[in-house]
Design a protein around this ligand. Sequence first.
Ligand SMILES: *Cc1c(COP(=O)(O)O)cnc(C)c1O
Length: 455
Amino acid sequence: MVMATASLLEYIAPITYHNTSNIDVFKKNNHHGVSHAHNAQQLIGDALRQRVENIDHEFCEPGDEDTFFVADLGEVYRQQLRWKKNLPRVKPFYAVKCNPDPKVLRLLAELGNGFDCASKTEIEQVLDMGVDPSRIIYAQPCKTNSYVRYVASKGVRQMTFDNADELRKIAKLYPDAELFLRILTDDSSSLCRLSLKFGASLDATDSLLGLARELNLNVVGVSFHVGSGASDPLAFFKAVRDAYAVFNQAAAHGYSLRTLDVGGGFCSDATFEGMASVLREALDEFFPPHHGVSIIAEPGRYFVSSVFTIACNIIARRTVEDPRQGSNDEVSYMVYVNDGLYGNFSSIMFDHQNPVAKVLTSNSRFLYGTNSASAAANAAGGTEYSIWGPTCDGIDRITESIRFQQTLDVGDWLYFEDMGAYTSCSATRFNGFTDRHDVIYVCSEPGARALLNLH
Ligand SMILES: *Cc1c(COP(=O)(O)O)cnc(C)c1O
């Protein structure tokens, strides 16, 4: 029997970890030298299968068929190694807002990372894990007064600013804070632009540093963010060059800055290596190691995008007979699933994503990871579907058109990969649908299992 409440998180996790079949699969594969990627896919597939095979939509309780995630914590671990290999000088401070999943945060903490937080709740969540306040940066240039008093009481000293009013606020509430001047960057090629809202232009930095000096504040570094989901590596080069100029301005005001914060924006796809190599070279040019400046970053999506797979149940189907088709009797279908733009697919609205549906089950067959799960390659092949969320709003559409060789019907499941970034964290409860969904954890990396004390 599947339980339907969100508090399941803690309930499900240990069961999944100790699930003998998963462990057996894991050991067997490892023993025979099967690649980690294969092993990861098998673990995720097993978790998906076990869950959906236990749900019979003809008999289940309300909510048993709810959307759920499978998270492979091994993927976080691999992303960490990949980061270290490509950006060995840069220490990540994970941007909590991207996905505050407690087990992801725990693993990132065990791996030695810091955290970028923007609210009291995020800071509290990180401190409650036992993370030292020095490993947190309050990277919100426009802060709430009461939160500034809160961080002062907890000893979280590092924070960003980008304007004179904020400097006066900090002088009043937390004169000992360690300040990073956030500068404006060219974010025109990023998915989510941030520079309209934050960042001091290079015309303003000198006078801000002068004011900080006047107020006797402790400026320790420069930060920037090239925009979330950045695609132009040159943006990193220009930002590092500008940051270097601000380091020199600061020196003229008597500040010996010690840290450069290169922000977030890194994607987890194959663009990462190119982006990282431009950043690495820019750092070596403007901030060579012998200058002694520490480098930190605030990656969010990089660490979590590929960690989470979501499974959604088809709750309704509408047959569409297009009169324009005439004698051609092709039918298409609108399928309605139990998650949508107001839920975990909020990333379509807020993060400009295009999640791609795959078929998890059709006609009682389990298709995860097979060729039959993917959309028909041929534009005219298979049957056409549009995929809609469960709310009453017309904008709640996940996919306008996709073709599958499989016939989809009520009770079948779809899955979507790469659903870890900016998904559940910005879901709403609109129309009475839940914004809390179960996460089944698997872990395809022995190193991560050891850090999390899983065995
Ligand atoms: C959102 C945000 C991040 C994380 O951005 P990603 O594109 O997910 O890496 C980092 N720093 C700040 C200040 C942010 O607002």
